[in-house]
Design a protein around this ligand. Structure first.
Ligand SMILES: NC(=O)c1ccc[n+]([C@@H]2O[C@H](COP(=O)([O-])OP(=O)(O)OC[C@H]3O[C@@H](n4cnc5c(N)ncnc54)[C@H](OP(=O)(O)O)[C@@H]3O)[C@@H](O)[C@H]2O)c1
Length: 276
C-alpha cells in the first residue's frame, strides 16, 4: 500500500505509512523497493510495531526486523499499532523500549495508533526525554468518533493526527453509489457499504460533487480537504493504483471555504447511519 504513495513522491507526497502487521511484513518489503527508487532522504517512513510485540525485548526485535525489511538504518516514525486491550504488558515497558530505540538512533520519532486520551496520557507519562508526536486514528466524514476527545486533546497538546481511512475506504469518492460493490470481502461486510448507508449518504456525495465542480476537484479530494480544515490532521489515504495516488495528492494545496465547511457540517449532522 505504501508503494503507490512512494511513487507519488514527485507529486509532493513524502509520507509513507506501513506496519509489520501488513501482509506479515510483505508491505514493508514492497516499500523498500520503492524507497530505493526515490532515495531514502526523499521519504518520511512511518511503520508500526504490532500489538503482540509490546514487551520491551519484543519491541526492539520487531523494530530491527522492520528496519531490515525496509532496508534502512532508521525510520522517521515508529508507532505502537494499538494499545494492549488486555493490559497484559504494562505500557511503561513498551514506552521505555521505544525511548531506548530513539536514543539508539533507530527511530526518529515515537508515535501511537488507535490510542484514546487515557492511553495517550499514560503513554506520555512514561517518556522522560521525548514526547509522542502523533496518534494514528480512524477519521473521515462518516466516522468521527475522535472529534469528542482525541481530536481536541491532540490539538491542545501539539500531537499530530494521522487520519486512517480518510476516504471511508473509498465510499466518499462516490463510486460505490451507483450499484458498484467493493470486490473484497472485508469491505463488502463493512457497515458503511450497507445499501441503507449508501442511500443515506447520497446527499453528502451530491454536495461533495457540487463543491468539487467549483474547485475542479473530485469528491475524494473534497473529503480529504475537509479533514485538512484542522491543521494538525494529516490524512493518509490508501491507493490501489498510481492514478488514485495522483488524485489524492490533488487534495493538497487548496482549502475549502468557511461556507462550504458549514454546509457539509449541516449535512453530516443530519446523517443517520445504520452502524456502529
Ligand atoms: N492504524 C490503523 O489501525 C490503520 C487501520 C487501517 C488503515 N490504516 C492506514 O490508513 C491507510 C488508508 O486507510 P484505508 O485504506 O483503510 O482507507 P481509505 O484511504 O479511506 O481508502 C482507500 C481505498 O479507497 C479507494 N480509493 C483510494 N483513493 C481513491 C480515489 N482517489 N478515488 C476512488 N477510490 C479511491 C481504494 O480502494 P478501491 O479502489 O478498491 O475502492 C483504496 O484502497 C492505509 O493504507 C493504512 O496505511 C491504519
Amino acid at each position: 500500500m505504501g508503494l503507490w504513495r512512494v511513487r507519488g513522491a514527485g507529486l509532493g507526497i513524502n509520507l509513507v505509512d506501513t506496519a509489520e502487521a501488513y501482509g506479515d511484513g510483505h508491505s514493508e518489503k514492497v516499500m523498500s523497493k520503492a524507497i530505493k527508487k526515490v532515495g531514502r532522504d526523499n521519504v518520511f517512513i512511518a511503520t508500526k510495531v504490532g500489538g503482540w510485540h509490546l514487551r520491551g525485548d519484543d519491541v526492539k526485535k520487531a523494530c530491527a526486523a522492520s528496519l531490515k525489511r525496509l532496508g534502512v538504518r532508521e525510520v522517521d516514525l515508529y508507532q505502537v499499532h494499538w494499545p494492549d486491550p488486555w493490559s497484559q504488558v504494562p505500557l511503561r515497558e513498551t514506552m521505555k523500549a521505544l525511548e531506548a530505540l530513539h536514543r539508539a538512533g533507530k527511530i526518529r520519532n515515537i508515535g501511537v495508533s488507535n490510542f484514546a486520551v487515557r492511553d495517550l496520557k499514560e503513554a506520555r507519562s512514561h517518556l522522560s526525554r521525548v514526547d509522542i508526536v502523533s496518534n494514528q486514528v480512524r477519521y473521515n466524514m462518516l466516522q468521527r468518533a475522535i472529534e469528542a476527545e482525541v481530536l481536541p486533546y491532540c490539538k491542545r497538546e501539539g500531537i499530530a493526527i494521522l487520519a486512517w481511512s480518510p476516504i471511508g475506504k473509498g465510499i466518499l469518492s462516490g463510486k460505490y453509489h451507483d450499484g458498484k460493490r467493493p470486490k473484497d470481502r472485508i469491505r463488502a461486510e463493512e457497515d458503511l457499504f450497507k445499501p441503507a448507508n449508501l442511500r443515506a449518504t447520497v446527499p453528502l456525495i451530491r454536495e461533495l460533487r457540487r463543491i468539487g465542480r467549483v474547485h475542479r476537484k473530485t469528491p475524494a479530494q473534497v473529503a480529504l480537504a475537509w479533514l485538512r480544515r484542522h491543521p494538525h490532521v494529516i490524512p493518509i489515504p490508501g491507493a490501489k493504483r498510481a492514478s488514485q495516488s495522483e488524485e489524492n495528492a490533488g487534495a493538497a494545496g487548496w482549502s475549502l471555504g468557511g461556507s462550504e465547511i458549514r454546509t457539509l457540517g449541516s449535512i453530516l449532522n443530519r446523517l443517520r447511519l445504520d452502524t456502529f
